[in-house]
Design a protein around this ligand. Structure first.
Ligand code: HEC
Ligand code: HEC
Ligand code: HEC
Ligand code: HEC
Ligand code: HEC
Ligand code: HEC
Ligand code: HEC
Ligand code: HEC
Length: 418
C-alpha cells in the first residue's frame, strides 16, 4: 500500500485498469495523504477509492491543495490544504458544468437573499427571537443548508462554524466563486449514478412549499421508478444514459439535466422551464438577468422539455398534458393570486394590515396561498401528480380564498383589524 497506488480493497478488474498505460504514478505526498486519512476516516477514503477520480488519478491534492497565499486554507502535513473546495477547483477539469451552473437559478440561491431584509427579519427577529447569541440558529440550520451562505474563514484560514459545514447549493466561497458541486453527487464518490436518482434533489426539493420529491412519487413516473428503478443502469458518462436502454421512466435529472434525444445535457436546471412556479404569480420566463425571477427563455425551454417527453410519449399525449398543466397555472394566476392580491392591496391602502405580517391572519393565509398551496397546485399539475394538484393544491387554495374574503369583508365593514 505504501509504495504502490493500488488500493488494497479494489477488485482484480480495476487492478488491471490501474496497471495499464494510463495509470499515473502517485507522488509521495499524495500517498501520505491517502494513507494517513485511511487510518483516520477510512469510510471517506473508501468513497474516494470507489470513484472515477481515483481511477483517473485525481487525488486529495488536486482538490484540497492551495497556494500559501490563498484566501482559505492552512499549513497541513508539509503543504497548504483547504477543507473548502469551491467550484473553481472543479472547473479546472470540468469547465462546462461550472459555466452552465453559473447560468442557472441554482447559482443565485444565496445571492438573491442578500438584499431582502424581510427574509433576514424572518429568521433573526421572528424565528431567532432577537436572541443575542442563539438567534442565528434558524438560518444556520435551515436556510443556509439548502440555499448556501457566504462562507467566512478565521485568521488561520479555516471556515467558521457560523458558516460551515454547509451543503447549500449557492454558497459564496472566500475566493469569490459561487455554487456547491457536491450537493447532488456527494463527496467523495462524485458519481453520475447518484445524481441521476431523484433523491439527489430531495434533500432540498421537499416539504410544504416545494414538495417535488413527494410530487414525483405521486406521479406515474415515480410509481415506475419506485417499483423497478433498482433494476435500471444509472452508470455511464453524459450522453450514454438512455431512455429505453437504461431506464423506462424519467427521474428529475432526465427531464431537467440529462441528455435526451436532441436535447443536450446541462447543469443549468433553468434551461428547460417555461413558467416560473415558485413566484407569487407565474409568468413566462423571458430574462437573461441571473437575479430575475423570470430567468430563462420560456419558449425555448418548453421546446426542449417537449423533446424530452417525446422520447417516450406521442406528440398528442405530450401536447394534451401541457394543455392541462398550463390551464392549472393560469387558473391559479387569475382565480387565486389576482383576487387575493387585490384584497390585500385594498387592506394595505386602508391601513388594515398589521405591521407584523407573521401575526396577522390575513397575511399568513395570503402567504400560504402563494408560497405553499399555490406552488403545490402548480407543481402538481406540471409533474402529473393529482394529489398535489388537487387535495394539497386547489382544494386548499379554495379554502384560503374563502378565509381571505371573510377577513377582508370584516375589516372593510368595521374599519378595524380583528
Ligand atoms: C499523518 C497524518 C495525516 C497526513 C499525512 C495528512 N493528514 Fe489531513 N488530517 C489529518 C488529521 C488527523 C486531520 C484532522 C482530522 C479531524 O479533524 O478529525 C486532518 C484534516 C484534514 C482535512 C480537513 C481539515 C479540516 O479543517 O476539517 C483535509 C482537507 C485534509 N486533512 C487533507 C489532507 C491532504 C490533502 C493531505 C496530503 C497533503 C493530508 N491531509 C495529509 C491527518 C493527516
Ligand atoms: C474531486 C475533488 C476531491 C477530491 C479528489 C478529494 N476531496 Fe475531500 N472534499 C471535496 C469537497 C468538495 C469537500 C467539501 C468541501 C466544502 O464544503 O467546500 C471535501 C471535504 C473533505 C473533508 C472534510 C469533510 C468531512 O466530512 O469531514 C476532508 C477531511 C477531506 N475532504 C479529505 C480528503 C482526502 C483525504 C482526500 C483524498 C483521499 C480527498 N479529500 C479527496 C473534494 C475532494
Ligand atoms: C484534476 C482534474 C479534476 C478535478 C479537479 C475534478 N475532477 Fe471530476 N473528473 C475528472 C476526471 C478525469 C473524470 C473522469 C471522467 C471524465 O473524464 O470526465 C472525472 C469525473 C467526474 C464525475 C463523473 C463520475 C461518474 O460517475 O462518471 C463527476 C460527477 C465529477 N468528476 C465531479 C467533480 C467535482 C464535483 C469536482 C470538484 C469538487 C471535480 N470533479 C474535480 C477530473 C477532475
Ligand atoms: C442543496 C439543495 C438543492 C439540491 C440538492 C437541488 N436543488 Fe434545485 N434549487 C435549490 C434552491 C435553493 C433553489 C432556488 C434557487 C433560487 O434562489 O432561485 C432551487 C431551484 C431549482 C429550480 C428552479 C430554477 C429557477 O430558475 O427558478 C429547478 C428546476 C431545480 N432547482 C431543480 C433541481 C434538480 C432537478 C435537482 C436534482 C438533480 C436539484 N434541483 C437539486 C436547492 C437545491
Ligand atoms: C429544504 C431546503 C430549503 C430551506 C430550508 C429553505 N429553502 Fe428557500 N427554496 C428552496 C427551494 C428548493 C426553492 C426553489 C423552489 C422552486 O424552484 O420552485 C426555494 C426558493 C426560495 C426563494 C425563491 C427563489 C428566488 O429566486 O427568489 C426564496 C426567496 C427562498 N427560498 C428563501 C428562503 C429562506 C429565507 C429560507 C429560510 C428562512 C429558506 N428559503 C429555506 C429550498 C429551501
Ligand atoms: C442539481 C444537481 C447537480 C449539481 C448541483 C451538480 N451536478 Fe454535476 N451532475 C448532475 C447530474 C444529474 C449529472 C448526470 C447528467 C447526465 O445524466 O448526463 C451530473 C454529471 C456531472 C459530471 C459528469 C459528466 C460526464 O461527462 O459524465 C461532471 C463532471 C459534473 N457533473 C460536475 C459538476 C460540477 C463541477 C458541479 C458544480 C458546478 C456540479 N456537477 C454540480 C447533477 C448535479
Ligand atoms: C417528466 C419530466 C419531469 C420530471 C421527472 C421532473 N420534472 Fe420538474 N418540471 C417538469 C416540468 C414539465 C416542469 C414545468 C416546466 C414549465 O415551466 O413549463 C417542471 C418544473 C420544476 C420546478 C419548478 C421551477 C419553478 O419555476 O419554480 C422544479 C423546482 C422542479 N421541476 C424540480 C423537480 C424535481 C426536484 C424533480 C424530481 C423529484 C422533478 N422536477 C421531476 C418536468 C419534470
Ligand atoms: C423515459 C421515458 C419517459 C419520459 C422521458 C417521459 N415519460 Fe411520461 N411516462 C412514461 C411511462 C413508461 C409512463 C407509464 C405509462 C402508463 O401509465 O402505462 C408514463 C406516464 C406518464 C403520464 C401518466 C398518464 C399516462 O398516460 O399513463 C403522464 C401524464 C406523462 N407520462 C407525461 C410525461 C411528460 C409531460 C413528460 C415530459 C415532461 C414525460 N412524461 C416524459 C415514460 C416517460
Amino acid at each position: 500500500m505504501k509504495s504502490n497506488r493500488l488500493p488494497a480493497a479494489l477488485p482484480m478488474m480495476l487492478v488491471f485498469v490501474f496497471s495499464g498505460a494510463a495509470a499515473q504514478e502517485l507522488s509521495k505526498l499524495e500517498e501520505r495523504c491517502i494513507e494517513c486519512h485511511d487510518r483516520n476516516q477510512p469510510a471517506m477514503v473508501a468513497d474516494w477509492r470507489s470513484s472515477q477520480h481515483a481511477e483517473e488519478g485525481v487525488t486529495c491534492l488536486d482538490c484540497h491543495q492551495v497556494d500559501e497565499d490563498a484566501p482559505m486554507g492552512a499549513r497541513h502535513k508539509g503543504t497548504h490544504v483547504s477543507v473548502l473546495v469551491p467550484p473553481t477547483v472543479c472547473a479546472q477539469c470540468h469547465e462546462d458544468q461550472v459555466e452552465q451552473f453559473n447560468q442557472s437559478g441554482h447559482f443565485r440561491a444565496y445571492r438573491q437573499q442578500i438584499p431582502k431584509d424581510s427574509l433576514h427579519a424572518l429568521t433573526s427577529i421572528h424565528e431567532g427571537r432577537e436572541h443575542p447569541e442563539l438567534g442565528d440558529a434558524p438560518n444556520e440550520t435551515g436556510c443556509i443548508q439548502c440555499h448556501g451562505t457566504e462562507i467566512k474563514v478565521d485568521d488561520e484560514g479555516l471556515p467558521t462554524p457560523e458558516t460551515w459545514p454547509n451543503s447549500g447549493i449557492g454558497n459564496i466561497y472566500p475566493d469569490g466563486s459561487t455554487g456547491s458541486c457536491g450537493v447532488c453527487h456527494t463527496r467523495h464518490k462524485f458519481s453520475n449514478a447518484e445524481a441521476r436518482k431523484p433523491h439527489a434533489c430531495a434533500s432540498c426539493h421537499l416539504g410544504p412549499d416545494h414538495p417535488n420529491i413527494e410530487i414525483y412519487e405521486n406521479s406515474k413516473h415515480g410509481h415506475i421508478y419506485l417499483t423497478e428503478g433498482h433494476t435500471w443502469d444509472f452508470e455511464g458518462p453524459t450522453g450514454e444514459w438512455k431512455p429505453g436502454e437504461d431506464y423506462r421512466a424519467p427521474t428529475c435529472a432526465t427531464c431537467h439535466m440529462s441528455e435526451v434525444g436532441d436535447v443536450e445535457a446541462t447543469h443549468n436546471v433553468t434551461e428547460r422551464l417555461y413558467w416560473v412556479q415558485w413566484a407569487k404569480r407565474s409568468n413566462v420566463r423571458d430574462s437573461d438577468n441571473i437575479m430575475s425571477p423570470t430567468l430563462g427563455d420560456g419558449e425555448e425551454g418548453r421546446e426542449k422539455m417537449l423533446i424530452v417527453c417525446e422520447a417516450c410519449h406521442s406528440i398528442r399525449h405530450t401536447d394534451g398534458f401541457f394543455a392541462q398543466a398550463d390551464k392549472a397555472v393560469n387558473l391559479y394566476n387569475e382565480a387565486y393570486y389576482e383576487p387575493a392580491t387585490e384584497m390585500r392591496e385594498e387592506l394595505r391602502e386602508k391601513g388594515l394590515l398589521k405591521d407584523n405580517q407573521w401575526a396577522d391572519d390575513f397575511e399568513i393565509t395570503y402567504y400560504h396561498l402563494w408560497h405553499h398551496e399555490g406552488r403545490r397546485a402548480r407543481m402538481g399539475a406540471t409533474h402529473g401528480a393529482p394529489d398535489y394538484a388537487h387535495w394539497h393544491g386547489f382544494f386548499e387554495l379554495m379554502q384560503d380564498l374563502y378565509k381571505l374574503e371573510q377577513i377582508h369583508e370584516k375589516r372593510i365593514e368595521t374599519g378595524e383589524i380583528e
